[in-house]
Design a protein around this ligand. Structure first.
Ligand code: 13P
Ligand code: SF4
Length: 350
């Protein structure tokens, strides 16, 4: 039963004590989120992963790339664990190292890539892509620091190659005053990304053709409908939403920013939120004195975040008690070293 499951999770956590820290992303379902010792958005969780040296195990309730970052940034004696190996991120899978290397080579035939282009990978990417950025003078960004990171990048070189999320790249560039015509889309399946040499030479940001299948479900018409229904409502969206949606929002931000904006607002405030359903539902339950609505009329849920369930959490914990580490996330040493260069560059920027 659920009660039994809960009791066993509580007991297992108590038995492990400080040896195991549970990190929980804001999109985790409530039945898992409630057991997290520390919660946050990707940036906060990446920092926290390196701040609990007393824990031998970092049990990551989130998706694969987050557990990889925890492995890379934690101390050598610590092990990151992902309770279900099938918890990936479909956006992260839209860019892989051979395709990015191929893109880099093609761009290099037109411009001196190493001197003119800074590669930036969204943290939603595999460790080897972070390594690529580390090796080529680039870095990593998250939804909460993308503007700072882009500003840094333009201080280094004149152009940016941004992958995998075109929307975060475009929304952040637009907020910095970069024109839409200066941001071009690289389609990895087409020769030269489907772009002309003139388009590439004129571009400030070359955006990879990736997106989040959850956030792309939000539509500008949803915002218009809410504004008609609730004039004065505050609309907050995650920057993984499309440009057209983000242009209509009152504020954009990471999951942590969305949570703190809603928490800080006075009772009676009205919000419409464009991000994953589990976070919005949790905020609704936590603050019944505020009116909180989900932007889309249909469910937008991250099915891979949802794979982490209490059963998998318990299984991981009880195996640790039995001395068995199941689903450790171990980034190969060489890859981890270069990815760490990129991540530490990011952490030094913000
Ligand atoms: P945050 O860094 O804002 O938590 O975003 C992570 C994510 O995967 C959003 O889809
Ligand atoms: Fe990836 Fe989208 Fe899920 Fe975030 S919500 S983990 S970007 S698939």
């Amino acid at each position: 039963t659920d009660a039994e499951l809960d009791a066993r999770i509580v007991a297992a956590k108590a038995a492990l004590g400080n040896r195991c820290v549970i990190l929980g992303h804001h999109y985790q379902r409530e039945e898992v989120y409630r057991y997290a010792d520390l919660t946050g958005d990707s940036l906060k969780l990446a920092r926290l992963a390196s701040q609990r040296p007393e824990a031998d195990y970092i049990l990551f309730c989130g998706v694969h790339f987050m557990a990889e970052v925890a492995d890379i940034l934690s101390a050598p004696h610590q092990t990151a664990i992902l309770p279900d190996m099938a918890a990936g991120c479909s956006m992260a899978d839209m860019a892989d190292l051979p395709a990015v290397e191929d893109c880099w080579r093609q761009l290099n035939t037109l411009l001196d890539a190493e001197a003119t282009l800074t590669p930036i990978t969204y943290v939603n990417s595999a460790a080897d892509l972070k390594g690529f950025c580390g090796e080529h003078g680039g870095t990593v960004c998250t939804s909460s620091n993308a503007a700072h990171v882009l500003k840094w990048a333009f201080g280094e070189r004149e152009k940016v190659l941004f992958f995998p999320d075109q929307h975060l790249g475009r929304n952040t560039g637009a907020a910095m005053g970069i024109g839409l015509e200066e941001m071009v889309l690289w389609r990895p399946t087409e020769p030269m990304g489907g772009l002309t040499p003139a388009q590439i030479k004129a571009a400030k940001i070359i955006l990879w053709d990736g997106f989040c299948s959850v956030h792309q479900l939000f539509q500008p018409a949803h915002i218009e409908q809410w504004r008609q229904r609730l004039p004065g409502v505050q609309v907050i969206c995650h920057p993984e939403c499309s440009f057209e949606v983000c242009q209509k929002a009152d504020a954009l931000g990471s999951t942590e920013l969305i949570q703190s904006r809603v928490r800080e607002a006075p009772a009676g405030s009205q919000f419409v939120i464009g991000t994953e359903l589990n976070l919005v539902n949790r905020l609704k339950h936590e603050m019944p004195e505020k009116e909180i609505h989900f932007l889309s009329p249909t469910l937008c849920m991250c099915s891979t975040m949802f794979r982490i369930d209490p059963q998998h959490l318990l299984w991981s914990l009880e195996n640790l008690i039995a001395g068995e580490v199941v689903n450790p996330i171990v980034v190969p040493a060489q890859q981890a070293a270069m990815a760490k260069v990129a991540l530490e560059r990011m952490l030094a920027i913000v």
